[in-house]
Design a protein around this ligand. Structure first.
Ligand code: ZN
Length: 434
């Protein structure tokens, strides 16, 4: 799983730049156009679920599309707020309106961030009919009193919710799931970076050697899209061995891995070992039922073991959900690093297994089998220590990740050692549990 980091960085940034101007929401043509652009990186199967369809405890809402929106000076006709210059200017799911009103009448519909006077906030009103505009506090302060023409040319009509899926077939039906939300408008880190990392990982896996696990990528609108996917795939959830939501992977913050609800799932262990082995600055946080779609996957009826990988943590950095989360806030290099970490986690999950020492009574004679110095690139002492750890803990219960965690040795060296010992007939598959 190696690739030229510069070309990955370029490809990631190009995709983010292409997706950035599109006005996305939980439904509508913006999501369709975004999925079409992702399909240029990795082929997606596109699904449409009609408005009104019940999904778990929810219902697919009417489809929202917006063609234009502005607030214009009633006298000069000059647009003082223009959706065309930045799609964050409109509250997502705003109902249509065309009216003339005073600034005071308009104020309840205007959203700003007084503490960040230069930033435009991101606001939604998916399930309550409303309309509104978002603007910087500076721009609001500069609006003179007077009359304004307010226009939102939007539609809320029966349509459908759109999501995309890519499946990289493995040797088995056991699955690793990678999930990214595709419902945010012009916000680069949250979550175009997650989308780009997921799409490029899918492409890398499709072009690489086949894994044991099938890897399924879901590009769905947050909450309602994932709920719709879960509703339609209940029978397949037991195949999912591990999963990750990907978000905010293009900024300069250290990595954060957020654990699954149980905290001891395979993906939790793999993420912890991979970040440790690579000596990457990171924090591990416990699950909380907030954040992204990990909370749907981890809900008590499903308990699909899905963790979350991010750099900046949602809600904790000032650019989050504002116009400051723009193309300057993310970089292709950061996304390429993130992609390597995610690929490492997927690889560790895929290569992890429990083995059984076939000479478990005392220590097998390594020298007689030519195993001293048999591993290149490490000192004899390191290689011998790795063999002793793997032989000792390969009781059919401990996995290779368990051995890496317990011994402090890298997963890579534990895995290479296990392959060597298997070749020499000292390890075999763990017996199936009865
Ligand atoms: Zn968000």
């Amino acid at each position: 799983m190696t690739a030229d980091p510069f070309s990955v960085a370029d490809a990631a940034m190009r995709l983010v730049e292409d997706l950035y101007p599109i006005c996305r929401s939980i439904t509508g043509d913006g999501v369709r156009e975004s999925l079409r652009l992702i399909t240029e990186v990795v082929p997606l199967e596109i699904h449409e679920i009609p408005s009104g369809t019940p999904v778990l405890d929810w219902t697919i809402p009417p489809e929202w599309n917006v063609r234009d929106a502005y607030i214009a000076d009633a006298g000069s006709g000059e647009r003082v707020i223009d959706f065309r210059s930045n799609n964050l200017h409109i509250v997502s799911y705003s109902e249509p309106i065309s009216a003339r009103m005073t600034l005071d009448e308009l104020r309840p519909h205007l959203h700003t961030l007084p503490d960040q006077p230069e930033a435009v906030p991101y606001r939604t009103s998916y399930y309550t009919r409303a309309w509104g505009f978002c603007l910087s506090q500076q721009d609001l302060d500069n609006l003179p009193d007077g009359d304004y023409d307010v226009m939102i040319d939007s539609s809320l009509e029966p349509g459908s919710l759109t999501y995309g899926e890519a499946i990289v077939p493995g040797a088995t039906e056991r699955e690793i799931l990678v999930s990214s939300h595709v419902c945010h408008p012009s916000l680069a880190d949250d979550n175009l970076s997650g989308i780009a990392v997921a799409a490029l990982l899918a492409r890398r896996l499709l072009e690489g050697p086949q894994l044991r696990h099938t890897v399924r990528f879901i590009f769905a609108p947050g909450t309602i899209g994932t709920i719709a996917w879960l509703d339609g795939h209940r029978d397949e959830l037991s195949r999912i061995a591990a999963g990750l939501t990907l978000t905010c992977l293009g900024d300069d913050h250290d990595f954060t891995y957020k654990r699954t609800v149980t905290g001891d799932a395979l993906v939790d262990q793999a993420a912890s070992i991979v970040l440790r082995d690579r000596q990457i600055a990171h924090q591990m946080t416990d699950f909380s039922p907030y954040g992204y779609d990990e909370r749907q996957y981890n809900s008590p009826g499903f308990r699909v073991p899905v963790g979350s990988l991010m750099r900046g943590r949602h809600g904790t950095f000032p650019e989050y959900h504002t116009s400051l989360d723009n193309l300057l806030f993310v970089s292709g290099e950061r996304m390429a690093e993130s992609l390597d970490v995610v690929a490492g986690i997927v690889e560790a999950i895929d290569k992890n297994r429990a083995l059984r020492n076939l000479e478990p009574f005392g220590e097998p004679q390594l020298g007689a089998r030519g195993l001293y110095g048999a591993l290149g690139g490490t000192t004899i002492a390191d290689a011998q220590l790795a063999m002793l750890w793997v032989l000792n803990l390969s009781d059919g219960e401990h996995s290779l990740l368990d051995i890496a965690a317990r011994s402090g040795l890298s997963f890579e060296s534990v895995e290479a050692t296990a392959l060597l010992l298997e070749d020499h007939g000292l390890l075999g598959p763990a017996l199936a549990r009865t």
